[in-house]
Design a protein around this ligand. Structure first.
Ligand code: ATP
Ligand code: MG
Length: 405
């Protein structure tokens, strides 16, 4: 079928009472931003749903773009025709014929907005039902559980027919859940955590620690590339890179080996929390999951979390690695995450980090370094890049990801 419009049904918006208007407006903005690449498309956000008029743009590509937008429950690709019974009948029959498989049942479901249309809802249902029954031999009616449901809407500006139902990304429109930072490494977990944070409507600023010359330019670009993939679900993302070399070298020199990792993490979180505060963001997200590695035990989280009262949010906390990997494949970050560039956390990792660091010891050993001075220096040298959806940072590897972007 050659669709002329996509009708978008909102997700959880309907339960949000007086905030509803803000949600709809934000979703409209996000949809328009994503569909910017299709200049002829027109978006109308209404109280109960959103209409996307294709005006000749490719329906499949537009649907694919819409499927990445949070706040959309379902998409109904539709055809607009004249409000004339003969044309409506013909279109309904074409739809039914195209979808019909042996033994299928069907139902016509009409809504009428234009109260001046010459037939009532039930009359339209009956007329179209009879016509389709006659036109598709073998098909029967089932009004409770039809295999094919043909939706007909008689609106002021035409008759709209649809039968396909496509699932959207669900969640809440990005921007309606406030703003937070994300501690993004180059691994598998933090990009998935970012996606889940965005899904609850949170606008994310990325914070990435890097340690040249121990970490390469490629490792930094990999984090930026992950950000550009994630920006496809949220629009542009501010990427904040924090130099971490001096802090790591100092910790390595001054702190007992068993606590290297804990103190590094404490410094990361302190800096992240300060950046979060200064940007008026409401929390810090991480990709930590309980029990995955040494730094991700409850004792360790407590020893690290000690440095801030800022909410530290961990969307993956109870997930299994296999579940996390599945999402990372679905959202197209997996292939990037497994590129073998070193992360700053792995370069100074001792062979046997403490899995149950004590809070007292952590505080004590941190006292061996100039926390305030080192922090200030790192924050004074942050660099911020505004990353666009699908932007390319890994030139020579681009072929491998061409289909992801
Ligand atoms: P990931 O797969 O996200 O790297 P991980 O399982 O490797 O996670 P860790 O290396 O212990 O676990 O990192 C835990 C969390 O700390 C990460 O999910 C991320 O939120 C944060 N983190 C680690 N390294 C960095 C970094 N270089 N810059 C910013 N945040 C980081
Ligand atoms: Mg990691």
């Amino acid at each position: 079928m050659h669709y002329t419009e996509i009708m978008v049904r909102y997700g959880e918006l309907s339960t949000k009472g007086k905030n509803r208007q803000d949600f709809i407006r934000q979703l409209g903005r996000n949809v328009r931003a994503v569909l910017h690449q299709f200049p002829a498309v027109k978006v109308h956000a209404q109280r109960d749903r959103l209409h996307v008029s294709l005006n000749g743009e490719d329906d499949k590509r537009v649907i694919k773009a819409l499927q990445g937008v949070f706040g959309i429950e379902t998409l109904y690709p539709s055809i607009r025709v004249e409000k004339d019974m003969a044309t409506i009948k013909k279109t309904a029959l074409e739809m039914a014929t195209e979808q019909y498989h042996d033994g299928d049942t069907f139902k016509i479901n009409t809504r009428r907005q234009d109260k001046h249309f010459e037939y009532h809802t039930n009359q339209i249902n009956n007329m179209l039902g009879d016509y389709v029954l006659e036109g598709v031999p073998g098909m029967t009616v089932d009004v409770k559980h039809p295999d094919i449901a043909i939706r007909v809407e008689i609106r002021m500006n035409g008759a709209f027919l649809s039968s396909e139902t496509i699932h959207g990304a669900g969640g809440l429109p990005v921007g309606t859940g406030g703003r937070a930072t994300m501690m993004l490494s180059g691994g598998i977990d933090s990009p998935v955590a970012t996606y889940l944070a965005m899904k609850r409507g949170v606008k994310i600023d990325m914070i990435h620690f890097y340690s040249p010359p121990y970490t390469s330019e490629q490792a930094l670009n990999k984090a930026k590339q992950l950000t550009s993939v994630l920006a496809q679900y949220s629009g542009n993302i501010q990427f904040i890179q924090v130099p971490f070399t001096e802090i790591q070298e100092t910790i390595k020199e001054k702190v007992p080996e068993g606590y290297l990792m804990t103190i590094q993490r404490r410094m990361m979180l302190r800096i992240a929390a300060q950046i979060t505060e200064s940007r008026h963001c409401g929390g810090v997200f991480t990709g930590e999951a309980l029990g995955q590695v040494a730094s991700q035990t409850l004792e360790s989280m407590r020893a690290i979390n000690d440095v801030t009262t800022m909410p530290v949010l961990r969307p993956l906390v109870s997930m299994d690695k296999t579940e996390i990997i599945k999402i990372s494949k679905d959202i197209a970050t997996y292939d990037l995450s497994i590129l073998p560039y070193e992360d700053c956390c792995t370069i100074f990792t001792p062979p046997a980090p403490k899995t149950r660091p004590s809070l007292e010891r952590s505080r004590q050993f941190e006292g061996y370094i100039d926390v305030e001075g080192l922090m200030k220096k790192a924050i004074d040298h942050i660099q911020i890049t505004d990353i666009k959806p699908g932007e390319d940072f890994l030139n020579q590897d681009v072929d491998a990801f061409a289909e992801l972007l």
